[in-house]
Ligand binder design. Structure first.
Ligand SMILES: C[S@@+](CC[C@H](N)C(=O)[O-])C[C@H]1O[C@@H](n2cnc3c(N)ncnc32)[C@H](O)[C@@H]1O
Length: 151
C-alpha cells in the first residue's frame, strides 16, 4: 500500500509505559513537544490558529496483536477495534492534544500519552461535530458504572 514514514517525534515525560496514566476516566494532561522534521515544517503553516489537534502515531515499542483482549480498565474481554490497545494489526495510535504554542518546527502540546521518542505519522485539526446526545460510549460507560457501584 504505502510505507509510512515519521514526520517527527514526540518529546514526552514518559520513558516507561508504566508511568503513563491508565484506566477509566483517566485525564491526560502531560505536556511535551511534537518535534517535526525540518523538511515538513512548511506543512505547519497556520497550525497555531487551532486549539486542538489529532496526532496519529506509531506504537513503535509494541509487537504483535490480540484480536480480543482485556483492557486495563475492565475485567471483561473486548475486540481490539473496540479498544485503544497498543497490540493491534496495524500499530497506529490516535491522541487528541491541546496546542499550547509553536516555535518553528516544535509544537508544545498538552495531553500526551505516548513514550518519549515515539514517531509521529500525521497531524490533523481536531474538529468534532458529533453532538453530545448522539455519542454512545458503550462498554466503557458500562465499565465505569460497574466501578462506581463497587466504590
Ligand atoms: C491505550 S494506548 C492509547 C493511545 C492513543 N491515545 C490511542 O487511542 O490510540 C496508550 C498506551 O500505549 C502504550 N504506549 C505508549 N507509547 C507507546 C509506544 N511508542 N510504543 C508502544 N506502546 C506505547 C502505553 O502503555 C500507553 O499507556
Amino acid at each position: 500500500m504505502f510505507t509510512p514514514r515519521p514526520i517527527g517525534h514526540a518529546r514526552t515525560p514518559y520513558k516507561q509505559t508504566s508511568k503513563i496514566p491508565k484506566g477509566l476516566g483517566v485525564k491526560h494532561d502531560a505536556e511535551g513537544v511534537l518535534e517535526i522534521l525540518p523538511e515538513f515544517e512548511p506543512g505547519l503553516l497556520d497550525i497555531e490558529s487551532l486549539s486542538h489537534l489529532y496526532v496519529l502515531w506509531f506504537f513503535d515499542r509494541s509487537e504483535g496483536f490480540d484480536l480480543v483482549g482485556q483492557p486495563p480498565c475492565d475485567d471483561r474481554p473486548h475486540g481490539v477495534f473496540a479498544t485503544r490497545s497498543p497490540r493491534r494489526p496495524n500499530p497506529i495510535a490516535l491522541t487528541v492534544v491541546e496546542l499550547l504554542s509553536r516555535d518553528g518546527n516544535k509544537l508544545r502540546v498538552r495531553g500526551l500519552d505516548m513514550l518519549d521518542g515515539t514517531p509521529i505519522l500525521d497531524i490533523k485539526p481536531y474538529l468534532s461535530n458529533v453532538p453530545e446526545e448522539k455519542l454512545r460510549r458503550g462498554w466503557l460507560a458500562e465499565a465505569e458504572a460497574r466501578k462506581e457501584n463497587q466504590e
